[in-house]
Design a protein around this ligand. Structure first.
Ligand SMILES: Nc1ncnc2c1ncn2[C@@H]1O[C@H](COP(=O)(O)OP(=O)(O)OP(=O)(O)O)[C@@H](O)[C@H]1O
Ligand SMILES: [Mg+2]
Length: 250
């Protein structure tokens, strides 16, 4: 579905993404993890057409999409969310989702129907008439996902949708992401909340200093010495390995 090869992006002297290659297969949930400043969001910007790479290839569904603009990519189903969510605060949830649905649907009635359908599928029907600006952070995160889903994405890039949520809200949001996948959308997500990474991901890819240092199942990743060194730390790795296997560790 997504094939990235030798992708590089420089900002002046800084190499934000440094020869990164990765694949995402249809139907997967893949997490992209790594320390602050590793280049995760920049990689999303490149894949979604918000920035141009200095080198490398990006293929989506077997075709090169290098140089395409974000709205062109959205029309073929490659869509991202933003780390900082920004709905139209003075519009209702319904109108926010409908505005996103207009990416693919010209008719107002079709976009409004899409908003109803997506909200129902994601358990948000009760929020449709609320002003987006009045939503708490968890609601804004859900709205951001709903807006993306309303464009019928083939591949959805989620940038830290769990950030700023408390543990109960994280537990609530995780099934929503799984539901999006089960509706037929492949997911590549940047996430720092490791419990969500462990629970949701089929695979995880680790970025450090712009380069991919590991990829594998969540269970493999938390036992990878390079990942523990660069990102997780020994204590966190032990706790996560313990959760996954149910086994105690010394
Ligand atoms: N538009 C830009 N201009 C200059 N430098 C940038 C730009 N965007 C990102 N950077 C730099 O590139 C590096 C990678 O940033 P990026 O936002 O991709 O990291 P990240 O992995 O998403 O981090 P975080 O987990 O904190 O969100 C950082 O050093 C950042 O300061
Ligand atoms: Mg980021």
């Amino acid at each position: 579905m997504l094939k990235v090869r030798d992708l590089t992006k420089r900002f002046g002297g800084l190499v934000a993404v440094n020869g990164a290659s990765l694949d995402v297969a249809e139907g997967e949930i893949v997490s992209l993890i790594g320390p602050n400043g590793a280049g995760k969001t920049t990689l999303f910007e490149l894949v979604s057409g918000f920035q141009r790479p200095d080198a490398g290839r990006i293929e989506f569904q077997g075709r090169s999409v290098l140089g395409r603009r974000p709205h062109q990519l959205a029309q073929i189903g490659l869509v991202r969310t933003f780390q900082i969510v920004r709905p139209f605060a003075n519009l209702t949830v319904r109108d926010n989702i409908a505005a996103a649905a207009h990416t693919r649907l010209a008719a107002r009635s079709a976009a409004l129907a899409k908003a109803e359908e997506v909200a129902a599928a994601l358990g948000m029907s009760g929020l449709l008439d609320q002003l987006a600006g009045a939503l708490p952070i968890a609601g804004r995160k859900r709205l951001e996902i709903a807006r993306a889903v309303a464009t019928d994405p083939v591949l959805l890039l989620l940038d830290e949708v769990m950030a700023g949520l408390n543990p109960a809200e994280i537990t609530e949001l995780a099934p929503m992401i799984r539901r999006v996948r089960d509706r037929g959308t492949t997911i590549l997500m940047i996430e720092h909340v490791m419990q969500a990474v462990m629970d949701l991901s089929d695979r995880a890819i680790v970025l450090n200093n712009g380069a991919i240092i590991a990829s594998g199942t969540p269970g493999e990743i938390v036992e990878n010495p390079a990942v523990i060194e660069a990102y997780l730390g020994a204590g966190m790795a032990r706790r996560l390995a313990g959760t996954e296997t149910g086994a105690g560790h010394a």
